[in-house]
Design a protein around this ligand. Sequence first.
Ligand SMILES: *Cc1c(COP(=O)(O)O)cnc(C)c1O
Length: 266
Amino acid sequence: MAGADTPGDDRGAEASRLWANLRDVRSRIEAAARSAGRDPAELTLVAVSKTWPAADVVALHALGVTHFAENREQEAAPKVAEVQARLGSTTGEGRPGTERPIWHYVGQLQRNKANAVARWADWVQCVDRPELVTSLARAAAAAGRELTVCLQVSLDTPAAGLRRVGDSGARGRGGAAPADIPRLADLVAAAGGLRLAGVMAVAPRGEPPRPAFARLREVAESLRTIYPPAHVISAGMSGDLEAAVAEGATHLRIGTALFGERLPVP
Ligand SMILES: *Cc1c(COP(=O)(O)O)cnc(C)c1O
């Protein structure tokens, strides 16, 4: 045991902190699954690593986490490259624990970032308008990759929407109205290079999450009547994962509970 102030020991402390957080998150997910009468194996943990360094991603990956999410292209691209360089040739050999990380984009996406995102993202979870489908399809073709897509649903109630009339920037959480989802799904299904996985949403502020996630579940169920393989429901964050699991979530996007409180982004 070397001196406590070496960088290696800092890394060790960070790794055991992540390990303890992961253990707690996994037991929350298992408890939520049990009380919803669901199999925890149906639930995929997506670690939202935004603002946290590549070293933390590598540490969680070593603990068995394979899905990671980012919300800013300019932060994500170098991080993904660094993670890949650190993992080197030990990943992707098909042995348990050696799967390469799967990267999700979960932020607001401008069309002019589609090409850049398509170079590193495996999933894009925030598709909420027709122009974005077109841009992503083109970007997937240019990158020679297939992108897995979730349609982002706005769970704002009509009343909340009315309060926001004339305040276009305030629909900050993004998402298409539930009524627009079938048309977006048709566009994704018709586009080359995109695989329609399901729906994604963020619970609206200022109301209990469970009824909002129940609305998401209805949207997901009606989507599956048209596109049966689109089974993904990406919902639930650190503060509301239990409500999301109770309403059928398949993918939980967890940041704070795994990594800690984020410092404000400048
Ligand atoms: C940051 C973020 C999360 C994770 O939120 P936490 O509360 O930190 O768990 C999930 N989804 C999206 C879209 C995010 O931007």
